[in-house]
Design a protein around this ligand. Structure first.
Ligand code: WTA
Length: 643
């Protein structure tokens, strides 16, 4: 391939950066490689307040890791209490803007007060360390308040993205065995109220474990409350106290479970624990975002995804940053809402996704150009590979050629950023996440674990454990072993394909499994297929990701129908709506194609590979020798050409 452009950080940027110049990065990286435990021990000691120290940094019983086991700490304490004795006490911790335009500026002191009150209310209702809570809320400050209150008491939380349906919510409540649900009446999106409580009512009608539902009033819309079970947040707050100390928890105490799509229809509960997770999100906050005390930092993700957990809530607050939260949609009331926010709050560091960037490019340069974006000094990208054209636009039109872009590769499972430029140290190549962070040891290998060599495509793996790594899949350690630790012996299997160039830069190419990446959200083909076959008209379904200009991939479904007199147009619309209802609106298929048969192997397995090829290249060139009925493929491919 041709040599891509290289962007070297400006001298001005380098002179103020935490890690200055490539040699400083290399020294740090080498030290971590030579003695990883000593390295992480030092980072943990420097970044986190511990009530009691560990005796060993790492107990590694492949694939089960314990980091700083025996040591005692508390995430909520680190994100709040420890800042109160410093000049950060009255610094804004969360700077929030609601979609209708309200603002809240919560200082560390005030955020601490609200978290303590809510935690005391939970405690007085009998909730304690080890209990499980589901949090299903819009992007309002009360969402991180709920998370921090849970972590203060050691209640294991699972935040469910507000876009998930009642079905998806129910599956998560049941899998987690949650006794508490924290929600809101609704939130605002594109000028309309989006209700949340009805989905909770629908979901937990079949969840006997749930004792209490706490409802935050956000929209003020009509909300039926079930006596005895449902409580308004502001009412239980009346009896709250301001005395609820953070519980010293074992470093390996579970902090949260976050469900993500795997290769089967059942989402996986990714478990993160306390001390190691907090150490690494705090350290990466400083390394990657080059955080300065005076920064206003904004990550535009939703807290329902891992990016929001690590880089809106836990990382920034533990590092003592000012973190911006915006409730609504980027195009409301018009396409410059984000640029307005950057201008109004003088945002210095902005972290978003390639999908968002592409969607904004489409609206034209005049939107960002109408705003003063000169406060920005650093930009970030996450969730999917960023195509060089989008990178260039982000760099030129948003960053005005002044701001380095950190393209950060990581996963729900890794907890923290793994591969990313350190902005004052690493020259950038658009489209590459560049190099591993100190303490992270990736490689690109074949299925035998042999490195594939320069510029060759292979599987991205991580060779050594890292503090914020997934500990297990909630309730399913066998699946944890099988999914992540059995493909390449002794190494963590990421599920991504990648190559490494002659400079040691990583280029992540995308998933190698049946997981789609739609707008940076992971979605399994099986999950959509099982939703489709639950519809009475559908006999069989096969789902593949189709390249999409804005969202990276779009959901494309091949469907065969049961006997009946169906109108394809009408049914197509209905099935798209059906999937949105079963999983969530972000999973709504772009396309439904009806077919009289699906391509299968002689043993009856649907050959998704061929379907992927049809939607990507509009033809089939791969091996079809195991196919049962070749004519199916020819028909599907020609159907495409006719359109
Ligand atoms: C993809 C999001 C290329 C990748 C933090 C990974 C990326 C999956 C990048 C994880 C990036 C994430 N470049 N691909 N910078 N960041 N990915 O769990 O396929 O929602 O495995 O975590 O997104 O998605 P997840």
């Amino acid at each position: 391939m041709s040599n891509p452009a290289v962007y070297v950080p400006s001298e001005e940027f380098v002179s103020k950066a935490h890690v200055r110049g490539i040699q400083a990065y290399r020294d740090l990286y080498r030290r971590a490689e030579e003695n990883p435990e000593e390295f992480w021990g030092e980072v943990a000691e420097r970044e986190i307040h511990w009530f009691e120290k560990w005796s060993r940094v790492l107990e590694w019983n492949l694939p089960f890791a314990k980091w700083f086991a025996g040591a005692k700490t508390n995430v909520s304490f680190n994100c709040l209490d420890r800042h109160l004795a410093t000049p950060r006490k009255n610094k804004v911790a969360i700077l929030w803007e609601g979609e209708p335009g309200e603002q809240r500026f919560l200082t560390y002191q005030e955020l601490h007060r609200l978290v303590v009150r809510f935690a005391s209310a939970l405690k007085s209702r009998g909730y304690k360390t080890g209990d499980r809570a589901i949090i299903y809320m819009p992007m309002i400050p009360d969402l991180p308040i709920a998370m921090l209150a849970c972590s203060r008491l050691g209640i294991i939380h699972s935040v469910v993205f507000g876009g998930f349906s009642a079905e998806a919510l129910k599956a998560r409540v049941l899998d987690l065995g949650a006794t508490l649900v924290i929600t809101a009446d609704g939130g605002f999106r594109r000028g309309r109220e989006v209700k949340l409580k009805p989905a909770v009512d629908e979901a937990i009608s079949e969840c006997p474990s749930v004792r209490d539902v706490i409802v935050h009033r956000r929209t003020g819309g009509d909300t039926p409350m079930q006596a005895g079970r449902d409580h308004w947040w502001h009412q239980i707050d009346e009896s709250a106290t301001e005395d609820c100390p953070a519980v010293p928890l074992d470093s390996e105490h579970p902090l949260y479970v976050l469900y993500t799509s795997g290769t089967t229809g059942k989402p996986k509960g990714i478990l993160h624990t306390t001390g190691g997770y907090l150490t690494e999100v705090t350290a990466t906050m400083k390394w990657v975002f080059d955080l300065r005390e005076e920064d206003t930092y904004w990550c535009s993700a939703d807290i329902g995804w891992v990016t929001g957990h690590s880089y809106i809530v836990y990382g920034p607050l533990s590092a003592g940053a000012t973190t911006v939260m915006y409730e609504g949609s980027p195009d409301y009331p018009q396409f410059d809402r984000w640029w307005r926010i950057i201008e109004e709050y003088r945002v210095n560091v902005f972290y978003t996704s390639p999908t968002a960037i592409r969607a904004l490019i489409r609206q034209g340069d005049h939107w960002p150009n109408a705003h003063d974006l000169s406060s920005l000094r650093l930009l970030g990208s996450v969730g999917e590979p960023i195509n060089p054209a989008a990178w260039e636009w982000y760099y030129r039109v948003v960053g005005k050629g002044r701001c380095p872009i950190v393209d950060t590769w990581w996963q729900t499972e890794t907890g923290a950023i793994m591969i990313s430029p350190l902005p004052g140290a690493i020259p950038l190549k658009p489209g590459s996440g560049t190099v591993p962070l100190p303490g992270i040891s990736p490689d690109i290998v074949d299925l035998q674990g042999q490195p594939v060599g320069t510029d060759k495509e292979g599987y991205l793996i991580i060779r050594r454990p890292w503090p914020s790594m997934i500990r297990t899949i909630w309730g399913d350690p066998e699946r944890f072993k099988e999914q992540y630790w059995s493909r390449v012996p002794g190494a963590y299997f990421t599920g991504d394909a990648a190559r490494r160039d002659a400079d040691g830069y990583y280029w992540v190419l995308g998933r190698v499994d049946d997981v789609m990446n739609v707008s940076g959200h992971r979605l399994s083909t099986m999950e959509v297929e099982s939703a489709l076959v639950r519809h009475p008209a559908v006999a069989e379904a096969a789902v593949v990701g189709k390249p999409h200009e804005i969202t990276g991939q779009a959901v494309c479904c091949f469907v065969t129908l049961k006997k009946g007199d169906w109108s394809h147009d009408e049914l197509g619309r209905e099935l798209r709506q059906w999937v949105a209802h079963e999983i969530g609106s972000f999973a709504r298929p772009e396309e439904i194609r009806f077919s009289d048969a699906l391509p299968k192997t002689r043993s009856g397995k649907i050959m998704r590979r061929l379907l992927r090829e049809i939607v990507t290249t509009h033809s089939v060139s791969g091996d079809v020798t195991t196919l049962e009925d070749l004519s199916v493929v020819t028909r599907l491919a020609s159907q495409q050409e006719e359109e």
